[in-house]
Design a protein around this ligand. Structure first.
Ligand code: ADP
Ligand code: ZN
Length: 296
């Protein structure tokens, strides 16, 4: 019998669940609102109990997470400010209830893994995936391995040059004020301009500034990690006019120093949207389940 995998994209507003083995056969998704951990997980587990023959489940979660397999709180959401969710066991609770191996990672690492399996990062061992939404998060691979390290990357909280004369906005991050997420997330756009990001017209000056912050961050990641591709997803990146502005600004910021054709000649294929679009997260969870099944 063929293996069948469960995927869970655990988000702050909803948990998206699906079953399948690839993008074509994973089209039915169940959306469960994120309420209390007990209620949400009960509904998630009920959904998968109704599916026969699961070989493994993958969970792509909002963080911060404990990804250290030797830790007593491995598989937990840890210090989230989200009410009721700090120190919630996800991976072990789901594995125990469904009696299957569980793959567990950040939503952005998982989305990156999904893009490598079926999307924009096929064949690449070094790439980053950033989501620009309610928050900003980043993950991806170095040398063919999802990036973990001490905890996991928090690419949304890097510090960027902030010209307070051009942009006096103090920033939205409760920890750092004007870090990358504080300056460039959806809620930061809303607070700075007094209207929600999706209602700002495509030619509004907000997008030139937004593209500049994104370009500063991408240039930093290009210099530190040397990714072979940079994938930019999340709600804010629905503003497709950002892509050409970011590409041009990255070239300007790097100023010819990094001599690679990807940046100098082919940047259209270097800084790209996710090919799996909004499904990158949940399909990434399926890819995590496949890894767990193989014992990775
Ligand atoms: P989340 O980060 O909560 O998982 P999203 O990636 O959809 O979800 O991000 C939501 C954020 O993206 C909100 O701040 C919203 O204002 C913004 N957003 C959603 N759609 C658009 C759009 N079409 N244009 C600009 N901003 C958008
Ligand atoms: Zn921050």
């Amino acid at each position: 019998m063929c293996a069948l995998y469960g995927g869970i994209e655990a988000g702050g507003t909803k948990f998206v669940c699906t079953v399948g083995t690839n993008p074509e056969d994973s089209e039915d998704v169940k959306r469960i609102p994120t309420t209390t951990p007990a209620e949400t997980l009960r509904k998630v587990i009920d959904f998968f109990h109704g599916q026969k023959g699961l070989s493994a489940v993958g969970i792509a979660s909002f963080g911060p997470l404990d990804l250290n397999r030797n830790s007593p709180t491995y598989g937990y959401i840890t210090t989230t400010p989200k009410p009721g969710w700090a120190f919630t066991d996800l991976a072990r609770a789901v594995g125990k209830a469904l009696n299957v191996p569980v793959g567990f990672d950040t939503d952005v690492n998982a989305a990156g893994l999904g893009e490598r399996q079926w999307g924009a990062a096929r064949g690449l061992d070094n790439f980053i995936y950033l989501t620009i939404g309610t928050g900003i998060g980043g993950g991806g691979m170095i040398n063919g391995k999802l990036i973990h390290g001490m905890v996991h990357p928090e690419m949304g909280h890097i510090r960027l040059p902030h010209d307070k004369k051009a942009d006096p906005y103090r920033g939205y991050c409760p920890f750092h004020g004007d870090c990358f997420e504080g300056l460039a997330s959806g809620p930061a756009l809303q607070e700075r301009w007094g209207q929600s990001a999706e209602t700002l017209p495509a030619d509004h000056p907000a997008w030139v500034l937004e593209a500049h912050y994104l370009a500063l961050a991408v240039s930093d990641f290009v210099c530190t990690m040397s990714p072979q591709k940079v994938i930019l997803g999340g709600g804010v990146m629905e503003q497709k006019q950002l892509f050409p502005m970011i590409r041009q600004d990255v070239q300007k910021l790097l100023n010819g120093y990094i001599k690679s054709d990807e940046i100098l000649k082919d940047i259209e294929n270097y800084i790209v949207p996710p090919e799996l679009g909004k499904r990158a997260g949940v399909l990434g969870a399926i890819a995590l389940a496949m890894q767990a099944h193989k014992g990775v």
